[in-house]
Design a protein. Sequence first.
Lengths: 335, 370
Amino acid sequence: MATAHAHGSGPQRGAFGLGLALALCLVAGATLGGCGLYRSDDYIICQLKSDTTSEALAERFLQDPRRSWVIEEANPGAVFQKGKTVIIPLQDDNRAGLFREGFQVVPILCYHRFAAACRSALCVSESAFRAQLAYLKENGYRTIRLEDLYAFLSYRRAIPLRSVVITIDDGYRSSYDTAFPLLKEYGFTATLFIYTDFVEATPLSISWDQLREMKAAGFEVASHSVSHCDLTMRQAGESETAYEARIMGELTASKAILDRELQQDTRFLAYPFSKYDRWVLGQVEAAGYDLGLTLERGAIPFFADPLVLKRITVQEEGLHDFGRRISTLTPVLLE
Amino acid sequence: MKTILRPLGIGLVMVLLAAGCAAAGQSVGEDPAGPAQAYYAEGQAQEAAGHVVEAARMYKLALTLTPGSSEIVSALEHVESRRRQMAEERYQIGERDYAAGRFLESKIAYLAALRLWPEHAGALERLRSREKITAVHQTRHVVQKGETLTNIAEKYYGDYKKFKLLAAYNQLADPTRIKIGQLILIPAVGAGTATAAGGPAPAGDDRHFTATVEARIFETAQIQVANYRNDGQEMLQAGDYEAAIVSFGKVLKAVPKDTKARLAIVRAHDAYGRQLWDRQEIEPARKQFQACLAFREGCRSCGKAVAACENSYKTRLYNRGIVFFKAGDAAAALGEWEILQAMDPGYRNVQGYIRKAKTMDAPPAGMDNQ
């Protein structure tokens, strides 16, 4: 640095020179391994030869920039600057999120509608939603997809310590008009549960094109049945056989429509009205769903029943209350 | 000046490149032994404090830097075997707690076991099966006239003695008293499921679909329905009929006989229909009127509201017919009046108008436009 200022025509020239030197150094370094490198089956330890980001390190060493959190959590408070030593874990050695001081739980937030101003419990105003997302961002939360949650519940893969899932039920157009731009702004994703009868059915409904656009942006779209009916309820005068066929239709047809429209394998379902019984759970499993979401209150530990996942209904509430309800660690001494 | 600066700048870059890369090369890289020792010492301190998981991590970090250190290799082996042993101890404590009905304590013990040894299959299995609602694969049987629980057991299992399983599974207080039309759930009897499903549910174990679980589901659903009902009410007041209809529609999906929701949705369809019609969105408006007229059947409490809606529609059909007729479009006028006639043959002068429309090209004299 001192050399740069002594020989250059001023700080600007010096900064330019330094920047270019670092860039060239990075190129040279990349071919040599990117950093002073030590590797075992468990870890990579390296000393950074240039400034970088956790995303770049994750892309290079974990083959997935989205796993930057692995590196951030292994190096708490680190800035990834030249000369710093960085630990890169190669093993998922805490797939259940178990710590001496407690076990990890994932809050799954549930929203329905958004509007400029709201008076109903189903609706959250744009400004309140923005404040909640800002709170999540400032407090280090990361949104994960239900696909990631499923891997966590299957004891296959760890998830970020401050994981949260955002779900939006019913397929209102405001999911696209209001929530989507805000979520993107904060770098978050969400999972939409839609009942297929409602898509494009009214001016309040979301459209298939909007759903496709959200999916392309990394959002998930999952089933909320065909007609948003109570899956446990026989209609007046309906025979047992007719009821069973109708419910199986609610589960399989909604999946088939979503699969076709969005070119995906739909594996998540939210029970309309949070209603289910043992028979419904069996049908849900038989129809090819891996996760079933209710609206019973609570957060998800890795050992939760995947077909009966609890959620946290979010309303317009004080951020203090909001924060209190979305804890990601259940404290208990695990020694 | 500029011409001098440029080569100077390039030279500077080269100098920096050499210096910068050389500096970066002087890393843990050159002498890993120091940092490795630091990890090792930290590991030993953790181990001394009984923190075996953290100790193992430190030893692994040390070995990443100096893989050849036999001292650290054996320290790691030692702490790993301690981890396994401690995990097994926690697991056994969990088993004892579970057998004694101390479910919460057993869960904590299993979690501790798994934290100590992430591959402890027993602890993992216990934790993951504990919370599951089991025996989801089942058949539903509606009791027919003359059937007993033993008949039903014989029918599904070929073994009448399995009536005990059915009684326990369906939480029947008295297996001899079942009613025609009663729903009996028949669990699939496969590897282990029969006993798992049929045995009495230990108190506090959520695996079984206990009355508590059912009450919780019911209560949660009640809240959802109440939310949709309130939302519908708010939307109706705000004049957002479309949104009100969507929300009340959901209430009726859950509680088809909800009289307040029926009444509200009929009014919303009526108001929305009128609004659309007045905006000349005739076909969508018709759908709204048809939707509220569908409540004519089986909704005693919405009689007045349905009548009001019917009247809204009839008035509009009548007047629209007149407008068409006056404009010389007898066929279009007939279209409206015939719908009206089918609904209410005696409505005002609709019969007379239809006759005139069928025979005349011009509007009848003295026709009043309402």
